[in-house]
Each structure stands twice: as structure tokens, then as C-alpha cells.
Design a binder for this molecule. Structure first.
Ligand code: MF3
Ligand code: CO
Ligand code: CO
Length: 283
């Protein structure tokens, strides 16, 4: 109630810049996704691109508490059964893998705005099951975005996503949600990727949040690895994720992390049946 993250009209240009940089970073890194690259190399390229643009990679040291170390790298790389928060390392991508790269940029680096976006990429030639889970997830995000307008509620977004994903035989991770975003990384409201129509926070112009469904091929259950960050599917089945940062406008929404071009190794595939709404830069 009124606690949600809002971006005032005068702050929107700065928020747009941060989000545009995150989108550009994802577009840039898509060109490097191929068999033989390590996730650490992806991390280095993202880190250097971010700092070169006078921004800060939000994941680095994120979430440090007395009991837990912060995230050790500048980007999340989640391969195959990894649901989210995969830590870049020596792993070599191989033909047939899928990988989600989740970029969060803070611009300007000090006291800036957060832009948060991710996509799942095909490494080499994908299997039929990989195409299924990735394309269902891609479409789920677009279906969620289509519900964002003043007067609708967060439950309308979640319901639309849930109905679609479950009709395709996939499952939705419940432990992680979209989130309010602006001068904070994670704020209210929570955007669940399941829900009941007409329930949840009412969407109002200026509200700014992410939608980021994590979709598993088989069961929804997750586990955490001993590194305290990596989230995996309990049954070991594939998981995909796509994420955009969105602001509610008077008439609908603006996808702040929309891309100017399609992503190599993801949206340029023949397998992508849906042409993403979010490829269009809103005017
Ligand atoms: N980018 C993630 C999100 O969408 C959060 C990553 S936190 C990290 O909310 F510490 F794992 F990087
Ligand atoms: Co997010
Ligand atoms: Co993210």
C-alpha cells in the first residue's frame, strides 16, 4: 500500500539510461555465447563493459551479511538445471547447453538507478526439450508484460503467466519473484509468476518492477548448492528464465530494458515462434 517503488517523471530519463545499458550489455554478450567459452569469461566481458560505461555491476558483493558472503561475481550465469544465481567459473559451455545470463547495471555507479534484465541462450544446437522450456518461458514473460496497465493487479500478471506455463506442461518456481526496482535493487511489490486475477497490489502509473519467470521443464521444486547462491531444480531437469524491467504508464507500460535488436543465440533462432514485444523500443 503506497510502499511500492515508483519512478517520478523527472527521474525516468535516468532510469531509462540504466535500463538501456543493461539491455545493451545483454545484446553485447549474446555474441559471445558459443561452445568453448567459460562462464568466467562471460563475467569478465560483462564486468569490463559495465565499468567502461561508468556503471557498476550490481551482483558483485550483493547480499553480504554477517552469516553469508556476498555474490562473488558481476553477473549471474545459470546453465541447464541451474534456476538462477549461478556463479561464473571455469565451466566450459558445450554444444546443447542452455544458459541464462542475468545482467543488473547501476548507472551512474554511485547512487544510481538499477536496470535488471536476463535471457536464456542456446549454446550450439539445442535439444527439443531445451527449445520447449526456453520458448515457453520467453512467451510467459511477454504474456505477463501484456497484463501491465493501470488498474490491473499483480495477481493478473501472475495468473496469466501461470495459466500459460501450466497449459504447456512446465512448472513455475515459487521461491523467487519479480520485484520493485529503481534506486533500490529489490523493493516492493513482489511480482509472483502465479496468482489469482484481481488480487495483489494495484498497478499505478510510475510503479516500476521486474517480471522474471523461472520455468522448469518438470517439477517446480528447487535446492540450493553448498556455495550458498546457486539454485538448481531438485529433479535435475532444465530451467529457463527471461527478465525485463518495466514501468507502468498512463495507458499501459514501457519495457525499460527493451532491446533495439534481437539477441543472437536466443531470439534469432528459428525456434523462437514469438517475436518479442519487448524488442521494440517504446517511444
Ligand atoms: N538479477 C537477479 C534478479 O533478477 C538478482 C541477482 S542477485 C545476485 O533479481 F547476487 F545473485 F547477483
Ligand atoms: Co530481478
Ligand atoms: Co535479474
Amino acid at each position: 500500500m503506497g510502499l511500492e517503488v515508483k519512478i517520478k517523471p523527472r527521474d525516468l530519463p535516468d532510469m531509462r539510461k540504466a535500463c538501456r545499458l543493461a539491455a545493451d550489455t545483454l545484446e553485447m554478450i549474446s555474441e559471445y555465447i558459443r561452445p568453448g567459452i567459460t562462464t568466467d569469461e562471460i563475467n569478465t566481458i560483462v564486468h569490463e563493459y559495465t565499468t567502461k560505461h561508468k556503471a557498476r555491476p550490481a551482483p558483485l558483493n550483493y547480499g553480504a551479511t554477517r552469516h553469508r558472503k556476498g555474490f562473488p561475481k558481476s553477473v549471474c550465469t545459470s546453465v541447464n538445471e541451474v534456476v538462477c544465481h549461478g556463479i561464473p567459473g571455469p565451466y566450459l559451455l558445450k554444444d546443447g547447453d542452455i544458459i541464462n545470463v542475468d545482467v543488473t547495471s547501476v548507472f551512474p555507479a554511485k547512487k544510481g538507478y538499477y536496470g535488471d534484465t536476463s535471457a536464456t541462450f542456446y549454446v550450439g544446437t539445442p535439444s527439443a526439450i531445451a527449445i520447449h522450456v526456453v520458448e515457453v518461458c520467453r512467451e510467459a514473460l511477454e504474456i505477463g508484460i501484456a497484463q501491465v496497465r493501470p488498474g490491473n493487479r499483480t495477481g493478473d500478471i501472475g495468473f496469466a503467466i501461470q495459466r500459460f506455463v501450466e497449459s504447456k506442461g512446465c512448472s513455475i518456481v515459487r521461491e523467487y519473484t519479480g520485484h520493485g526496482i529503481g534506486r533500490v535493487f529489490h523493493g516492493p511489490p513482489s511480482i509472483t509468476h502465479y496468482g489469482v486475477p484481481g488480487r495483489g497490489a494495484i498497478l499505478r502509473p510510475g510503479m516500476t518492477f521486474t517480471i522474471e519467470p523461472m520455468i522448469n521443464l518438470i517439477g517446480p521444486e528447487i535446492e540450493h548448492l553448498d556455495d550458498e547462491w546457486t539454485v538448481v531444480t531438485r529433479d535435475g531437469s532444465l530451467s529457463a528464465q527471461f527478465e525485463h524491467t518495466i514501468t507502468v504508464t498512463k495507458t499501459g507500460c514501457e519495457v525499460l530494458t527493451a532491446r533495439e535488436r534481437t539477441l543472437k543465440n536466443s531470439e534469432d533462432r528459428q525456434y523462437s515462434k514469438v517475436f518479442p514485444l519487448s524488442c521494440y523500443m517504446p517511444k
